[in-house]
Design a binder for this molecule. Structure first.
Ligand code: NAD
Length: 209
């Protein structure tokens, strides 16, 4: 799927980081912040803050700065997290269970509503609030519930087949925690997530001192 007209993903990542920092600021009753203060919250220069915020049409007021509540709404609209989205978990093992029980996803308006596994011992139990259902029924169940987002936490060897099955059930957006490189149709988007790779990057920087 082409992203030619959309905001660069690096900007979207910064906006997501900023969004969380602003929620935190609001919980501390902070009403206004200037670009330098916002930059300090997430460790980026003030000029970058102004550039990012202007890309979503938010201009600060001279001498006052940006209103925190306005920014939160503006960023939520830009990231499209201003409405609830439901997703399914595929693979209710160690990582899947950890993700399912993480309450912080609600901040981004994502709700886990179904989970699938192929282990008979897990079926009928729960991952977070979601009932674990047989993966063989996944395509039909996704279609039935209109779920188009999946989080993939199966072993790498099962990743492509389970992604294919989910896509046949109408899934189009995949958060892929497995190390598998997935082949998907052009109308689908896969985001690969690896905190294990981050350890390798960290090791590289450690050697540099
Ligand atoms: P796990 O073995 O605890 O969980 C895997 C689950 O998938 C199990 O519940 C298993 O029954 C289920 N499963 C197996 N085959 C299936 C299939 N065909 N259909 C449906 N369910 C199936 O493993 P884990 O430690 O939770 O790791 C899960 C995945 O996440 C692995 O691919 C692992 O490499 C990856 N992982 C990624 C990161 C990261 O940084 N991205 C970190 C840890 C693990």
């Amino acid at each position: 799927m082409s992203n030619e007209n959309s905001i660069p993903s690096a900007t979207l990542s910064r906006l997501a980081t900023l969004y969380q920092a602003l929620l935190d600021a609001r919980s501390r009753d902070v009403e206004c912040l200037n670009s330098a203060q916002i930059g300090a919250l997430i460790g980026i220069p003030a000029a970058q803050v102004r550039k990012d915020l202007s890309s979503l049409g938010e201009g600060g007021v001279p001498g006052v700065g940006y209103r925190v509540t306005d920014l939160i709404l503006g960023i939520a609209r830009c990231l499209k997290i201003d409405k609830k989205r439901r997703f399914a978990l595929v693979g209710a093992g160690r990582l899947g269970q950890a993700l399912a029980s993480y309450t912080g996803l609600a901040k981004m308006n994502f709700e886990l509503v179904m989970a699938f596994d192929n282990d008979p011992a897990k079926i009928g139990k729960h991952a977070g609030d979601a009932l674990i259902e047989p993966v063989a029924e996944m395509p039909a169940r996704l279609k039935q519930e209109g779920i188009k987002v999946i989080v993939l936490t199966v072993p790498a060897s099962a990743a492509q087949a389970t992604a294919d099955a989910a896509i046949s059930g109408g899934a189009r957006w995949v958060l892929n925690f497995t190390p598998a490189i997935l082949q998907v149709p052009r109308n689908c988007i896969v985001r690969d997530v690896s905190f294990t790779n981050e350890f390798a990057v960290l090791a590289h920087y450690m050697e540099e001192g």
